[in-house]
Write a new protein. Structure first.
Length: 322
């Protein structure tokens, strides 16, 4: 039941507490990136995962590889090459100040990947699922084509494909580009489509009605997540899932969370949804499990979610009793 994820591994740097970037000489580091986050979360949910990326042969590249190995992610398909690892800086929000993200990933090893670098026939051998995001096509022609080729190869082999729309405005605005010509073909090859309302609007140019999206793009399932900002450190987290086989639209419990780190909640939701669908849970059980996984991540520092299946299941049970 191996799940393969494909995307860029990044080194994250954040100031301590609620300080602003470079307000002090201290920056805390950890590794992350949407697709890596999904792979790690899946491993902690008991689902074997394999991550495909491209890392430089440098101390930072080696450290990133080591971080994935410690989480139990299979890395035998990781490519080596290029000269630098992408970075991103996260400045936590406080009170009226929004969280701020600054990217430093131009000319990164992954951004210079070429379609011929990835042997999708070999990579997909024995795989049940391939996951990608809308971040990868924003990084350049090489990553965009490689992801498209992967989706096509997976569909040919009967491997389930999921796409998280994951809109990152900073990656599309310099120079300004319309994501739709790249994202729409990927959405049509996806069995499972995931996103929030803003991402759907930005990436596909339509409003986020799960059933309509499934019909428009021919998806087996569509999940729409919702994050409500209730206060500086309090968020509400929930989701809707449409299942085309049963034509059911189901809603999760609304979790109210005291946030430790808002990064990675959507990735943990995605991992929970993949795990639940692989386990052939009902649509209602699947969206409850995924929403609980996403909510639990908000209480963990760093990009990676390390919640286990028993922990997620306990939250689902608790939510149903309230």
């Amino acid at each position: 039941m191996t799940v393969i994820t494909f995307g860029e591994l990044l080194l994250r740097l954040s100031p301590p507490g609620e300080e602003r970037l470079l307000e002090s000489p201290v920056l805390h580091t950890c590794f992350g990136g949407a697709e890596a986050n999904v792979a790690v979360a899946l491993r902690h949910l008991g689902v074997p995962s394999s991550y495909i990326t491209r890392l430089p042969e440098s101390p930072l590249g080696e450290a990133g590889l080591g971080a994935l190995l410690r989480e139990g992610v299979t890395v035998d398909r990781v490519l080596r090459g290029g000269s630098r690892l992408g970075l991103y800086f996260v400045e936590p929000g406080a009170d009226l100040r929004d969280m701020r993200v600054v990217y430093d990933r131009a000319s990164s090893a992954f951004s210079q990947i070429t379609p011929t670098d990835v042997d999708w026939s070999a990579a997909l051998a024995g795989a049940r699922w391939l996951h990608g995001t809308g971040i990868t096509p924003a990084l350049g022609d090489g990553p965009a084509t490689a992801l498209s080729d992967g989706f096509a190869a997976a569909r040919e082999r009967g491997v389930t494909v999921s796409l998280d729309l994951n809109y990152r405005e900073a990656l599309w605005r310099g120079p300004p580009r319309d994501p739709r010509p790249l994202i729409e073909p990927l959405a049509r090859r996806a069995d499972v489509l995931i996103g929030n309302r803003d991402a759907v609007r930005a990436m596909l140019g339509v409003e986020a009605n799960a059933e309509e999206l499934a019909n428009r793009f021919g998806c087996r399932a569509v999940a729409i997540t919702a994050r409500e900002i209730l206060g500086p450190r309090e968020h509400a987290w929930s989701a809707v899932l449409y299942d085309s086989a049963t034509r059911a639209v189901v809603r999760s419990h609304r979790h109210v969370v005291q946030v430790v780190d808002r990064v990675g909640g959507g990735d943990s939701f995605t991992a929970g949804l993949i795990a639940a669908l692989l386990a052939e849970q009902s649509p209602q059980d699947a969206v409850e499990f995924a929403a609980a996984a996403g909510a639990l991540k908000l209480g963990q520092a760093g990009d990676f979610c390390r919640s286990t299946t028993p922990e997620v299941s306990r939250l689902v049970k608790t939510a149903r009793c309230t």
